[in-house]
Design a protein around this ligand. Structure first.
Ligand SMILES: CC(C)=CCC/C(C)=C/CC/C(C)=C/CC/C(C)=C/CC/C(C)=C/CC/C(C)=C/CC/C(C)=C/COP(=O)(O)OP(=O)(O)O
Ligand SMILES: O=P(O)(O)OC[C@@H](O)CO
Ligand SMILES: [Mg+2]
Length: 236
């Protein structure tokens, strides 16, 4: 693993431009000590709601990263950009088709030095991202690990995102993934509802992403920051 901009992240909050957040809640999230705010969502993302959320986060010093899921919402001005590729999508459209279509239109504008691809392995079939991309989440652990190895060793993607959005995942899979990668950075997200699950995930993944609980229970969300920072990943 090199010293790329994401390698120091242990804890990240993901905020959805399509959901409401008060100024007070946003301030608490941005001042929480998290390593970065990732802006992204699977549906309802527009240029206007993305610009609006970015400019509100920009009042704070925290790094602000856009996960680009729609060309319409490719907003300039973020610190970094992440482009998802769904590894276990049923159709190539979600693995590489939409991305190459975007490059034909936008390729000359992309700030490559602050942009990285992320190989999404979507393991919760009920997650919006799984439904949108038709991901085959019905994988056993060995099959899932084969995707991780393909992304790391064959495609040499810099980031592998094990996504259980809405449900807490199999930490033994995440641990195995973090242990087996040769160069990729493993991000885990899904179902973290407070410090206990955050700590468990932090022992298994390089980076832990906390999303929906920000909107459902802010205090529990804020408590995940210290929980993650207090432990080290338990793989080597
Ligand atoms: C200067 C300038 C204009 C900068 C922009 C530069 C830039 C980097 C442009 C990118 C160009 C490019 C190649 C874009 C590709 C865009 C694209 C259409 C990609 C496809 C994305 C994709 C595979 C989407 C599928 C769904 C998915 C994996 C989403 C990931 C995010 C996610 C899971 C969010 C969580 O969603 P949420 O709504 O919270 O879900 P729940 O309901 O489960 O909570
Ligand atoms: O919303 P939750 O379930 O915390 O998941 C976080 C993130 O992985 C979503 O893309
Ligand atoms: Mg969400």
């Amino acid at each position: 693993m090199d010293g790329a901009w994401y390698t120091g992240w242990r804890h990240v909050f993901k905020l959805d431009p399509d959901r409401e957040i008060t100024d007070e809640a946003l301030e608490a999230v941005c001042m929480s000590g998290t390593d970065a705010i990732m802006v992204g969502g699977s549906s309802g993302i527009t240029y206007d709601n993305t610009v609006d959320l970015m400019s509100r986060i920009r009042r704070y010093a925290v790094d602000c990263v856009l996960e680009v899921t729609s060309l319409d919402a490719a907003v300039p001005g973020f610190d970094n950009y992440l482009v998802p590729l769904v590894l276990n999508a049923e159709r190539a459209e979600w693995l590489i088709g939409r991305q190459t279509a975007a490059l034909q239109e936008f390729g000359h504008l992309i700030p490559w030095d602050i942009t990285a691809g992320e190989g999404y392995l979507i393991m919760n079939g009920d997650a919006t991202a799984a439904v949108v991309s038709g991901a085959n989440a019905n994988l056993n652990q060995d099959e899932a690990i084969a995707y991780v190895q393909a992304a790391d060793r064959l495609l040499r993607l810099p980031i592998i995102y094990i996504e259980y959005s809405g449900a807490f995942g199999d930490m033994s899979l995440v641990r195995r993934a973090s242990k087996i990668v040769s160069q990729a950075h493993v991000i885990y997200g899904g179902g973290i509802d407070g410090p206990d699950k955050a700590e468990e995930a932090a022992r298994a993944a390089h980076t832990v992403v906390v999303g929906n609980i920000v909107y459902d229970n802010l205090d529990a969300a804020l408590a995940t920051v210290q929980a993650v920072k207090a432990v080290q990943i338990g793989v080597s």
